[in-house]
Structures are given as structure tokens and as C-alpha cells.
Design a protein around this ligand. Structure first.
Ligand code: PLP
Length: 371
């Protein structure tokens, strides 16, 4: 194929999928990347973050990102690295935990945790003790208490669950974890909660060992970009390995890593910075409120629970059938079969206009199905 044919073919294929800016994607926790981030990606597209011998500059950029997180999370001692996403970050956290407590074999995990925790447990031959949720879908503290024992390696809490954006009682769980590894999966909420200032998810929690926070979710960076953030440098020390074929040491789960995505994350963080994120988060929360208010006018649609973050669960009868109908109108919609609800992630591309259009079409569809 010549260059023109390649580009034509790729554009053709890309047009088969929607774009965030079409105003119909309400199921995704990612969004349209910034042009400056794509430019940053391009500048560093030939770099490998593993190979700090050839590419030391990418290490400087990554250190800068971690320092930025240190300010956000009140911890100048913070350490960590950019992962491919929340899944790898959760795995890195539990891998570090296993290195610290090699004899312990159990994880205590609320039912609402992301499936990557189960994956990590399987890979490391750990047993998961699942704990129940309270009536607001938050981790039940008594259930966690009752599952902790001398074989507990780690307790995991979530700040922004995948289904409903629920924030577990992090402070209370923190109090239970004096001699246990405590990991908070804030893949989604990590770029929301610190800017709302309502709930504490930072390293002032004395027992907190690690946090997952994903730049490619509410950090608005291009995919792939997650992050694992540890209380101090000693955790990374436990993950260190020296490949015999390279003049470098590494502490990441993956080998070769895209320097492009690290540069793109840096560009996004520097562009928005703390004030920019605060503004965006406030707008998303305003739009979330708007969606919840508009839902009150639609018969047969109810909130699963009052949202704490910009993820909304909408309970409707025949959720799968209704979603199918909306999909025919080009809506990209996530259905939670267990809960019989639709999940709307009110990302920056989910504007008031998008919400109004969705409400109108949801209302019409429900009328058709439920009268
Ligand atoms: C709470 C939570 N943790 C982890 C993940 C996994 O993130 P990724 O898909 O980037 O691996 C997700 C994904 O949505 C999530 O919602």
C-alpha cells in the first residue's frame, strides 16, 4: 500500500466508530485528548521509558508527573510510575504488597471492586475474601472488620467504583489497616475528589500505602495512561530489577513502555494544572446535578443512588431492551445487567446539550416500552 492508501483506509475504519465530540458517547470514562497531548506523544513516540540509558529525558518527565501527584496528594515523599491503566496499577500495588508480606495469602475486598483485583489475586495465587456493601453501595465496614485476620495481605477500597462512582469509607477503612497493606483504587475518583475537597483520599491517611489514579480517565490524558503511586520510595525499591541485557534498573511490571504516553500525560497535566482540573471537575459535577434533576421529570426512570462523583446509575424497567432501542439511535450506552440500570459517565464531552438530548430520547423510549 502507498502512504495515501494507508491513511485513506485508516480514516475509513476510524469513521466506522463514533468520536467523543459527536455527543452520543455516554458510557466511556475516557474523553477526547488535547491536541497538545497528541503533539507531545508524537515528539516522544520513538522513546522507550524502560531504557533510561538511551532516553533519560523521559525519566525526568515521569519524575515531574509523580512530583505533581505528590502536591495533589499531600506527600513530598511520593513515588510511582505511569502504567498502561488502572489494571496494571492495581497489579503493581498488590505485587508490592506481596513483596512486603510474602507469607500472607489473603485480600479483603468489597464486592464493588474492579475486576482487575480478582485478576491480580489469581496471578499471585491469593485468596479474595469478598465483603458486602451497605444500602448506599459503599463497602460495609463491619464486613471488612470481620474478614481481616492474620493472613490478610491487603485491604482494597475504591474511590469511584466502576458501576456507580461510589466512594468507599476510606478513612474508616484506613483505621483498620495498621499492619496491613492498604490500597485505594482511585482510578476514576483520583482526578475528581481532590478537586472537590469533600473527601480525603491522600497520603495524610496514615496507613495508606498506595493509590491507583488514571490520567486516561478524569485526568483527560490520551490512552494509555494509568498511575501507581506509593507512600515513599521504599515500595519501588521492592519492585526493582536489573535486566542483564540493559544498563538500567527498572521497577515497573511492564518492560518496554511508551515514552509518548508519558509525555502526553505530562502535557495534559501541565496544560490544565490544579486550577484547570478544578474547573473541569466542577463543571462535570454541575452537569451531573443537571442530569439528576432532569431525570425527575421522566416517568419510570430513577436514580440507583445519589451520585457522589460524575457517574450516574439510572434504574429503568427492561434496561437491556431500552438500551438496545437507544443504541439504534446511535447512543453508546452501558447497561449494568445485575442492577438493571444504565450507567452514564458525565465526562467533559457529556455537555448539557448532550444530556438534554439523551433525556428527551430516553423519555420517548420509556414511553414506548412502559406507556
Ligand atoms: C475503579 C477502576 N479501577 C480500575 C479500572 C481499570 O482501569 P483500566 O481499564 O485503565 O485498566 C477501572 C476501569 O474502568 C475502574 O473503574
Amino acid at each position: 500500500m502507498d502512504k495515501k492508501q494507508i491513511i485513506t483506509r485508516l480514516k475509513e475504519l476510524r469513521r466506522e466508530d463514533p468520536s467523543f465530540m459527536d455527543g452520543k458517547i455516554i458510557s466511556s470514562v475516557s474523553t477526547e485528548p488535547l491536541d497538545i497531548a497528541l503533539e507531545a506523544f508524537r515528539i516522544f513516540s520513538d522513546t522507550n521509558a524502560l531504557d533510561t540509558y538511551i532516553f533519560p529525558s523521559i525519566q525526568k518527565i515521569e519524575k515531574d508527573i509523580i512530583k505533581w501527584f505528590g502536591i495533589l496528594l499531600n506527600n513530598p515523599q511520593i513515588s510511582g510510575y505511569i502504567t498502561t491503566g488502572g489494571t496494571e496499577a492495581n497489579m503493581a500495588a498488590l505485587y508490592a504488597a506481596k513483596k512486603i508480606y510474602p507469607k500472607r495469602k489473603e485480600l479483603v475486598v468489597p464486592e464493588s471492586a474492579h475486576y482487575s483485583i480478582q485478576r491480580a489475586a489469581d496471578l499471585m495465587n491469593l485468596r479474595v475474601r469478598w465483603t458486602t456493601l451497605d444500602e448506599n453501595f459503599k463497602a460495609d465496614i463491619d464486613s471488612i472488620k470481620s474478614e481481616i485476620n492474620k493472613d490478610t495481605l491487603a485491604v482494597i477500597a475504591t474511590a469511584g467504583t466502576s458501576s456507580l462512582g461510589i466512594v468507599d469509607p476510606i478513612e474508616e477503612i484506613n483505621d483498620l489497616c495498621e499492619d496491613i497493606f492498604f490500597h485505594v483504587d482511585a482510578a476514576f475518583g483520583g482526578f475528581v475528589l481532590p478537586f472537590l475537597g469533600r473527601r480525603k483520599i491522600d497520603f495524610t491517611l496514615v496507613n495508606l500505602d498506595s493509590l491507583t489514579i488514571d490520567p486516561h480517565k478524569m485526568g483527560l490524558a490520551p490512552i494509555p495512561a494509568g498511575s501507581i503511586l506509593f507512600k515513599d520510595n521504599s515500595y519501588l525499591g521492592r519492585l526493582r530489577i536489573s535486566p542483564p541485557y540493559l544498563p538500567v534498573r527498572t521497577y515497573t511490571l511492564s518492560g518496554t513502555r511508551s515514552g509518548g504516553s508519558i509525555a502526553a500525560t505530562w502535557a495534559t497535566l501541565m496544560y490544565f494544572d490544579f486550577d484547570g482540573y478544578k474547573k473541569i471537575v466542577e463543571e462535570c459535577m454541575e452537569n451531573t446535578k443537571f442530569l439528576c434533576n432532569e431525570l425527575k421529570n421522566i416517568p419510570h426512570a430513577d436514580l440507583v443512588t445519589d451520585p457522589e462523583l460524575n457517574i450516574v446509575g439510572i434504574k429503568i424497567p427492561n434496561a437491556e431492551k431500552v438500551a438496545e432501542e437507544l443504541q439504534k439511535m446511535n447512543w453508546k450506552i452501558a447497561v449494568n445487567r445485575d442492577m438493571g440500570c444504565i450507567r452514564v459517565a458525565v465526562m467533559p464531552h457529556v455537555t448539557r446539550e448532550v444530556i438534554s438530548r439523551f433525556i428527551e430520547e430516553l423519555g420517548e423510549t420509556l414511553k414506548k416500552f412502559c406507556g
